[in-house]
Design a protein around this ligand. Structure first.
Ligand code: NAD
Length: 361
């Protein structure tokens, strides 16, 4: 019998010369259509998976080095980011997300971000799958945001007025995850510097039958003041919201785009991050707050600290969740997708992908 490596399907059709219980895995390519199919309607399972992954990361059963930013002198607004990671627990897989952000794509009519995720086998190091990953990335981001919205609003009134600041793909996924995990809103505020994006998002909300009144806000202040849950998902490169008094009603803020808020606003708020070392980098608002204050005292803790009860959230200040976005989340969701497609017998494997298998030919 051909031995099978732990994470991936071994290719039984080739002479892999198994060593112990180790063999060269087969290599599969998983399309965006397959990813979407595997994740559709699974909001609760994915949030549980993301929560378990944060717990593993918090317990030290992961390796998640800093993301690497590739930038281009001739295309300063664009970047490609590498997120290598390794996760233990029952997932036990290594890999890397490679995600591009080209904002000029949007006016040209195609999505800003595109990505692949490579999964590497725990035992052999062999890559065994390449997955379309813009959907995985948006899904893990939205699941993390919905998890944070739930955990950080315990002990205060459940938000009923949500405001979406920046209404692209990530805002759409976050709305889906909030709605899919029991958030019901009386009011949904929408604000985007692009009227076309704002209108498109409103169209999406109406099409999904979202409950609650939808209001377009033409200025930022009105959106923030009328929302008790504010979701920032813009592509701002530096702070453009600088007025702390707009947050006097102590909203819960999901600061997904990381660079919208001035450091003064963070310093007047309770700040929760996903990972301290990751977040205090790359000119994020928490990084600017550290530079301005000269210390990290403004950080209250991580989401894992909240989930494990190490920290509690005061109710008399705004709460800001700034997630840098961890590669371990992409791995966990990517492995979930791989397992689902494998179980359904729908993996598209590439024959002979690893062709040079014998040391001396
Ligand atoms: N923290 C994480 O884990 C994580 C993960 C994925 C994406 N993101 C971030 O989420 C953000 C949104 O991603 P997306 O794929 O939805 O992008 P997108 O390009 O599809 O949409 C962004 C929207 O923001 C609007 N916008 C930009 N600047 C604005 C401003 N100053 N005021 C109001 N509206 C503004 C744009 O018009 C656009 O409609 C990006 O910054 C991305 O890097 C974060």
């Amino acid at each position: 019998m051909t031995a099978v490596s732990s994470a991936a399907t071994a290719d039984a059709t080739t002479d892999a010369r198994p060593r112990g219980n180790v063999a060269v895995p087969s290599f599969s390519v998983i399309s965006g259509a397959q990813v979407r199919q595997a994740l559709h309607g699974r909001e609760k399972q994915i949030i549980e998976l993301v929560e378990a992954t944060y717990r593993l990361h918090g317990a030290g059963d992961s390796v998640n080095p800093p993301s690497y930013f590739l930038r281009f002198p001739d295309r300063p607004s664009s970047r490609i980011i590498a997120l290598p990671a390794s996760i233990g627990g029952s997932v036990r897989v290594d890999g890397m997300k490679w995600i591009s952000s080209f904002p000029e794509n949007v006016p040209a009519g195609i999505p800003r971000a595109s990505a692949v995720l490579i999964l590497n086998d725990h035992d052999t190091g062999y890559p065994f799958a390449c997955l379309e990953s813009s959907i995985i990335s948006a899904t893990r981001t939205a699941a993390s945001a919905a998890l944070a919205a739930d955990r950080l609003s315990r002990g205060r009134p459940r938000p009923t007025r949500v405001g979406f600041f920046g209404t692209g793909l990530i805002a759409r996924y976050i709305h889906t995850y909030l709605a899919g995990t029991g958030f019901n809103f009386d009011d949904i505020g929408v604000h985007d510097q692009s009227p076309g994006s704002a209108a498109g998002f409103q169209g999406y909300l109406e099409q999904t039958g979202a409950t609650g009144r939808i209001t377009q806000h033409h200025d930022a202040e009105s959106l923030i003041r009328s929302s008790d849950l504010v979701v920032f998902a813009t592509i701002a490169g530096q702070p453009h919201i600088t007025e702390p008094s707009w947050f006097a009603h102590n909203p819960l803020v999901l600061h997904i785009s990381l660079r919208d808020l001035s450091p003064e606003i963070l310093l007047a708020s309770t700040n929760i991050v996903d990972d301290v070392e990751h977040c205090l980098k790359a000119e994020t608002s928490p990084h600017l707050a550290e530079k301005l204050s000269g210390n990290r005292n403004f950080l209250h803790g991580t989401l894992d600290d909240v989930m494990t009860g190490k920290v509690t959230i005061p109710t008399d200040r705004p709460v800001i969740f700034s997630p840098f976005g961890l590669g371990v989340l992409d791995l966990a969701v990517g492995k979930y997708v791989y397992d689902e497609i494998h179980r359904a017998g729908e993996l598209h494997t590439i024959d002979d992908f690893f062709h040079e298998r014998h040391r001396y030919g």
